[in-house]
Design a protein around this ligand. Structure first.
Ligand code: MG
Length: 364
């Protein structure tokens, strides 16, 4: 029975993970649960699951995440922390030889090279929970050698067809009204700017070791096809399902095996209806363009992109700035940054600190 530590257990991914594991009892042993601030929700989970360790980051600091990740009974660490705060726990778990089921894509974007090094050092294993990357993993497992190109799908978010002017003035309620996925607020806003898809391109580059020109994005409003993997003979394999995070979460726990699970909606091609695809409007979705360019620039540029985005999204969610300021802030901060090679964690931290301060200067 593998032991599972969930970092961010009261968030959207954390609660979905516990719903999956409740159906799979007693296959998984819930060893540790951590939450950021929601003490009441954490207490309810602790009462139900009786983990050996639990903690609130707001009371115990980031050390709580490390302690949960390094719990000796935890074989799998599901990292569902939002944003840069999840990095240390990912590195610690990988160095300790554990499987990290990664829902914290910011970790890879900030410090992809260091995360890969930590895997190599400790023998840890990085398995994506992100639906597109889980789809890729499901398509390529057992056929890794022939992979030549990925196409990640994007729903296009609530502003897929909006003109740039109207999008610039969009409200928080409009940005949080995602057409196909129910997720936490930060990733939902990232899905409205398409910054999320740029983060995912960078994530795919590090997870699957592909050059940036071999990772493409297509808008697919129905969110049924999650990714396409093209092989060296030109054949393309795709993974499909109705949108649910429970399937990628379960697969991250069991990869490369599968477990029978009846909790997610069965696929029905007739009910799914027409599947359509269109290019990303990069001239309108400027946060996407800036993020992919930061990925290609490499070094500390992706760290800066991620940090500027986090600060700008928080300002938007706090009602302090218009939606359009998110992309503008990212562009301004990246333009002011001189990328340098990532030598160590301190390089990453310094770039992250600098970008947050620089972004705050731009925002009220
Ligand atoms: Mg995703």
């Amino acid at each position: 029975m593998p032991g599972v530590a969930i970092l961010g257990s009261t968030g959207s991914i954390g609660t979905s993970a516990l719903a999956v594991m409740a159906r799979q009892r007693p296959r998984f042993d819930v060893v540790a649960l951590t939450a950021r601030v929601d003490a009441a929700a954490l207490a309810r989970q602790v009462a139900e699951w009786r983990p050996r360790f639990s903690g609130l980051v707001s009371e115990g600091g980031p050390q709580v995440l490390i302690e949960a990740a390094l719990h000796p009974d935890a074989d799998i660490v599901l990292n569902a922390v939002v944003g840069a705060a999840g990095l240390d726990a990912t590195l610690a778990a990988l160095r300790a030889g554990k499987r990290v089921a990664l829902a914290n894509k910011e970790t890879l974007v900030m410090a992809g090279a260091l995360v890969r090094e930590a895997c190599a050092e400790g023998g840890g294993e990085l398995i994506p929970v992100d639906s597109e990357h889980s789809a890729v993993l499901q398509c390529v497992t057992g056929r890794e050698a022939g992979l030549q190109r990925l196409i990640l799908t994007a729903s296009g978010g609530p502003f897929r067809t909006w003109e740039a002017d109207r999008m610039r003035r969009a409200t928080v309620a409009e940005a949080l009204n995602h057409p196909t996925w129910r997720m936490g607020n930060k990733v939902t806003v990232d899905s409205a700017t398409l910054a999320n898809k740029a983060l995912e391109v960078i994530e795919a580059h590090y997870l699957f070791g592909l050059r940036y020109d071999a990772v493409e994005v297509v808008v697919h409003p129905q969110s049924i096809v999650h990714a396409f993997a093209e092989f060296c003979d030109g054949s393309v394999i795709a993974q499909l399902s109705f949108p649910t995070m429970e399937l990628p979460i379960l697969y991250a726990l069991t990869h490369p095996e599968r477990l029978p699970d009846s909790g997610t909606p069965r696929f029905d091609p007739v009910a799914a209806g027409a599947l359509t695809f269109e290019p990303v409007r990069t001239e309108v979705f400027r946060a996407f363009r800036a993020g992919v360019e930061a990925g290609r620039a490499g070094g500390t540029a992706p760290t800066v992109f991620n940090a500027a985005n986090e600060v700008a999204v928080a300002a938007f969610l706090g009602g302090r700035v218009a939606f359009g300021r998110i992309a503008e802030t990212i562009e301004t901060v990246l333009a002011a940054h001189t990328s340098e090679a990532v030598r160590d964690l301190e390089t990453v931290r310094e770039a992250d600190r600098w970008a947050r301060l620089r972004a705050m200067e731009e925002l009220p």
